[in-house]
Design a protein around this ligand. Structure first.
Ligand code: GLP
Length: 243
């Protein structure tokens, strides 16, 4: 794993946006895997700025989001589809229908997960998967557990994850849906390259365990040790537990 150490969250965003821009300049038809959460917002701002300046073109790009809540759709401001519209899709020239997010209102979430997995394969797989890190070690919504599911699947959220997402639901964890759909760790590890963005002291112990500890389903992020092309872009606070 390559570790790129940055001074602060703005530098993390600068480097992440540069990685995305470099890829899109080399491969205008790239397939991106995208995260939500607080961490990537500054990166999305920079991508939108570069697009507004005329230096970044999304017209041939397609994107696949990591996860979505079950039971809410794009009309709900807490849905990840609404998040993606707010921070990226409505700010760049992505072709309509090429920003793929699992449908939280699908009548059959299991079938929706299978459809999504097939759509990623049909697109040729993900060239660059960008990830955030849950404080409990989750990736997407692959929660710490005795066993992990490899492919895109439905999941019951743990309480810490509902609390971490409460900011998008008026600050009330009880308003956060109890279930979500997420790419599996196998789906994620099939991506050709992975960027993991982490900021803040709160996640330092998780970053330390993810890199120095064993590969274990109790810390889903530790599975990233198995991939050949992972770059962790983190600030000094998040890296403070690294040896
Ligand atoms: C949510 C998302 C994850 C994300 C995590 C971290 O739980 N499902 O994909 O990485 O939040 O969020 P934040 O960046 O806000 O700490």
């Amino acid at each position: 794993m390559i570790i790129s150490l940055c001074d602060d969250p703005q530098d993390v965003a600068d480097l992440a946006a540069q990685r995305v821009a470099d890829l899109l300049h080399d491969s205008p038809r790239a397939v991106l895997g995208l995260p939500t959460g607080r961490t990537p917002i500054l990166m999305y701002d920079l991508l939108a700025e570069q697009h507004a300046e005329g230096t970044l073109d999304f017209s041939q790009v397609s994107t696949y989001n990591l996860d979505e809540f079950v039971g809410i759709g794009e009309d709900h401001p807490g849905s990840y589809r609404a998040y993606m519209r707010r921070y990226l899709f409505d700010r760049v020239n992505l072709t309509s229908g090429e920003g793929h997010v699992l449908d939280g209102l699908a009548a059959d979430p299991d079938a929706e997960c299978a459809r999504f997995e097939e759509a990623i394969d049909a697109a040729g797989g993900i060239d660059l998967m960008i990830l955030g890190l849950g404080a409990n070690g989750h990736i997407g919504f692959n929660e710490p557990a005795d066993r992990l599911q490899a492919r895109t699947h439905r999941v019951r959220l743990l309480e810490p994850s509902r609390q971490a997402n409460a900011g998008f639901f008026g600050g009330d964890p009880a308003q956060v849906p109890a279930e979500a759909m997420t790419m599996g760790m196998g789906t994620i590890l099939k991506a050709r390259r992975i960027l993991l963005l982490v900021t803040g002291a709160e996640k330092a112990p998780t970053v330390g365990a993810m890199i120095n500890g064993p590969v274990t389903p109790q810390l889903p992020a530790s599975f990233l040790q198995l991939h050949r092309h992972v770059e962790l872009i983190c600030d000094t606070e998040a890296a403070s537990a690294l040896r």
